[in-house]
Design a protein around this ligand. Structure first.
Ligand SMILES: [Zn+2]
Length: 287
């Protein structure tokens, strides 16, 4: 592994994935606090569901901007040097990650970070290969409680901290922590595969044609629930901003989008549709 010269004061770095959050749901929610971090960009995820998308993110490849007439290799290089701004250094390039090509190892072993992950979706549980190079890695007790994550975060001064927070309020059924599970919405013919919230196979052309009108109304409700989840999370992010030290850089994005009935699709995963790739992206240093 290439040795990168360290600067004395590196930023803490917090990478947040709002699971399944579509770009347009984020925009409709008008999240005041999250927008303070920087310009909200429309980006595209590299994958349509949780596990490959997080693997990709942890290789240091954020959702992309999809520029025309640019070689992929040039794009990777250019996008990756943004890590210098995120971490507060100036000598990181994509090849700095060779040979493991995995951000947690690079941050821990080369840059001296304490590496932490708190995840909401069981498909990212601590026994999976995603958990490599982390000092601390936790599957949260509940799939939809970002506030519990914020409460558990600590920033000891001996080392800079890296956190990955996989947030589940924006994942189906878009439930906030104070909503009793027996009041969560159910989609006819769909909820069975969600029952463990394991995010294995969560998409496809699953709408029940006989109940078209009923389902359309329900899908609108579900889309509105995701928007409401973003509004709620904006308040939790405010608590996060109050908690983190000043030298902290935060990236907020999503691992993939979600379909709410467009062209007959619902969910994400085995879905080939532009909406499943559209994600919000906003980042900046906490002031
Ligand atoms: Zn996901």
């Amino acid at each position: 592994m290439q040795v990168v010269k360290k600067k004395p004061q590196l930023n803490n770095y917090v990478l947040i994935t709002l699971d399944s959050c579509r770009y347009d749901a984020f925009i409709k929610a008008k999240p005041k606090t999250m927008r303070k971090l920087g310009k909200v960009e429309q980006r595209w995820s590299y994958a349509t569901w949780t596990a490959p998308s997080h693997y990709n993110l942890l290789m240091g490849l954020m959702p992309h901007t999809s520029p025309a007439n640019v070689y992929a290799s040039e794009y990777y290089k250019k996008d990756f040097v943004r890590f210098n701004e995120r971490l507060g250094t100036d000598n990181i390039e994509f090849k700095s990650l060779i040979p493991k090509m995995y951000l947690p190892f690079f941050l821990r072993d080369t840059m001296g970070y304490r590496t932490n992950a708190m995840v909401s979706l069981p498909v990212l549980n601590p026994k999976t290969l995603i958990n490599s190079g982390f000092d601390n890695y936790k599957l949260m007790d509940r799939h939809n409680d970002m506030r519990a994550m914020v409460r558990e975060m600590t920033f000891p001064e001996d080392k800079p901290s890296f956190y990955v927070l996989n947030v589940g309020e924006t994942h189906y059924p878009y439930a906030l922590p104070d909503e009793p599970p027996d009041q969560w919405p159910r989609i006819s013919g769909v909820h069975g595969i969600f029952k463990h919230l394991d995010d294995h196979i969560v998409g496809g052309k699953l709408l029940v044609q006989k109940e078209k009108h009923f389902d359309r109304a329900k899908l609108r409700t579900l889309r509105d629930r995701q928007i409401d989840a973003v509004k709620y999370l904006d308040r939790v992010v405010e608590e996060l901003l109050d908690k983190v030290p000043k030298n902290t850089y935060i990236t907020i994005t999503a691992d993939h989008g979600e379909l709410f009935g467009e062209d007959g699709f619902f969910g994400h995963g085995p879905v080939q549709h532009s909406k499943v790739f559209e994600v919000p992206f906003v980042e900046g240093k906490v002031r």
